[in-house]
Design a protein around this ligand. Structure first.
Ligand SMILES: Nc1ncnc2c1ncn2[C@@H]1O[C@H](COP(=O)(O)OP(=O)(O)OP(=O)(O)O)[C@@H](O)[C@H]1O
Ligand SMILES: [Mg+2]
Length: 333
């Protein structure tokens, strides 16, 4: 399989053509052992360029968090990375020892976790929690750390007077902004955001997404953005990949993929969301994604009449410049 490159940027949001910051190749993660393992991610390959926002979409359980946690080296048993590589600025992340990992996490790659807004410490003020990052990692004095914490809060649109607030005194949206501020505190090269707005209402979600876009433009970091919401993803991402049953089934410039999805699963995923405007349409459900070693999990629901898909999983291949799809028929509609 050709490893998809970040150089195929969306014509709408051009990406600087630098070497990839993140290069994930043929990544496979299994949960469990003794021949009874579940494959959480399989043969996942993608790159993220400097300043690029790369989206990873797909239904619950398709392997998005597994990929993110593998990149951060946060997987714990029963999870094992059983194949593939993760390179960050050319460095082998999977070979890093604990000391290297401590220096690497948060400074080079930071992550906003799924449901992160509930992970703030309830007995510490926002100022103390943000300040701790600077006193711990940058050995700053408390006063200076507090000043930096105030600047960070302002950066995510919260008045620095709120430094004295406890998490329960803030709305969900504000707590999520605080978590985002903490993630960018040490100016990471790559920010991973795992469903950063899922628990929030649509209006707050939109505000936070706009904020993330502004922050990205200001600080210039790359983003791995994870969501199951395709319309949210296309607004923010330059390129995106769609996962199904642990595998990437489609990868392309976000706007191209959104305008013309090539994989039948991507088409089904997009049809599962009601459009906010226009006439009423009937929504179609999505089929289960059974993990299978033999054959494509979507085979039974696929319009392509390809009997070999019941025994072989189609590889992700480039069908047009920068457009990758795992479809035996070549992805033509
Ligand atoms: N701790 C675990 N033990 C066993 N299997 C797991 C574990 N965590 C994940 N899995 C398996 O890996 C698959 C992928 O899970 P993952 O959490 O990566 O999905 P996801 O795409 O992030 O889903 P969601 O949108 O719900 O967060 C799951 O379907 C499950 O089968
Ligand atoms: Mg997840």
């Amino acid at each position: 399989m050709t490893v998809p490159s970040h150089r195929t940027a969306s014509p709408h949001r051009p990406v600087p053509s630098h070497e990839p910051v993140l290069d994930v190749r043929n990544l496979r993660v299994e949960y469990g052992g003794d021949g009874r393992s579940v494959v959480g991610a399989d043969d996942v390959s993608f790159t993220i360029g400097a300043g690029e926002i790369f989206g990873l979409a797909g239904e619950s359980g398709c392997g998005k968090s597994t990929v993110a946690n593998a990149v951060m080296r946060l997987l714990k048993p029963p999870a094992h990375i059983t194949a593939g590589s993760v390179l960050f600025n050319g460095r082998d992340v999977l070979a890093m020892d604990p000391r290297e990992l401590r220096a690497f996490r948060w400074r080079e790659i930071a992550m906003v976790f799924q449901s992160a807004m509930n992970s703030l410490n309830p007995v510490l003020t926002i100022g103390e929690q943000i300040g701790d990052i600077f006193t711990t990692h940058e050995r700053m004095r408390k006063r200076q750390a507090r000043a930096r914490a105030g600047e960070l809060l302002e950066l995510v649109g919260i008045d620095s007077a709120r430094l004295k607030a406890y998490p329960h005194q803030l709305s969900g949206g504000m707590r999520q902004r605080v978590v985002i501020a903490m993630a960018v505190a040490l100016k990471p090269t790559l920010l991973i955001m795992d469903e950063p707005t899922t628990a929030l209402d649509v209006v707050v979600q939109q505000e936070i997404m706009a904020q993330i876009g502004d922050l990205q433009r200001e600080l210039g970091f790359s983003v791995l953005f994870i969501t199951h919401d395709m319309s949210l993803m296309v607004e923010l991402s330059h390129r995106m990949g769609v996962m199904y049953g642990g595998r990437l089934v489609e990868l392309a410039a976000a706007k191209e993929l959104f305008a013309q999805p090539l994989h039948p699963y991507t088409q089904a995923l997009m049809n599962a969301f009601p459009p906010l405007t226009g006439p009423r349409v009937e929504l179609t459900g999505l089929a289960d994604a059974p993990r299978t070693e033999h054959g494509c999990g979507f085979h039974a629901h696929c319009p392509d009449d390809r009997s070999d898909c019941s025994t072989n999983i189609p590889d992700l291949r480039e069908v047009a410049a920068g457009r990758f799809v795992a479809r035996t028929g070549g992805g033509a509609r």
